[in-house]
Write a protein of this length. Sequence first.
Length: 260
Amino acid sequence: MIDIGSGTPVVLIPGLQGRWEWMRPAVEAMAKRNRVLSFSLCDERSSPFPCEPERGFENYIDQTVAAMDRAGIEKATIAGVSYGGLIASEFAARHPDRVTALVLASALHSEWQPDSRQRQYLKSPWLMSPLFVATAPGRMRPEMSAAFPGVGARLRFMAAHGVRCAMAPTSPAKMARRIAWAAKHRFADLRAIASRALIVTGERALDKVVPVDITERYMAELQSAEHVVLEHTGHIGIVTRPERFAEVIGRFLDGNRIPA
């Protein structure tokens, strides 16, 4: 668990890979303006929080409560990235007394269904991992080119992010299990969430992981949601443009409307 910065507290929940370290640039950028609490998901070896596999997705809701209690935070902005958006939105629906605002960044929605390629990966995550890794550059190339037009900047980012990922390895089997847990979970009705909400996406043509229209489904459910697009990004704008992401969150928390 990491707890840095000062000011309005923000709980930042990681995506499907489960490791907060992959989001370090966003955590550090946000900590210049806010107190940021983040953690790896509780089924990761590095996590200090308990996990009971038979409880499935419920583990992550319990973990968020436990992390806030451990940090002495009664209420916070709850922010979820990608798969973490499922956790953040469910937490907000179940614990409204502990949520001042909700941020969903390139978030999966509970209605999302994996496509045929993703279903093959989920069936045999370890077997399919080499293919997944081999095809990753092709999926990410358009976003990398948009975020870093210069070859040098692009290579520097890829090297730094590669080190972060290597130092915080994830498990394909756990990623597949997380999808299965979410598929079995009965999610709360998000229309009951009354707190302010911000939906952050990349550009529609650049997110090759979670289609923007999947994340936009939250707009129909959350009463006060506003939507902002991080320009020149796709799915990983929180690390390719962390300062811009932190600025957007900061303006939102200050009560300023953000140009779409």
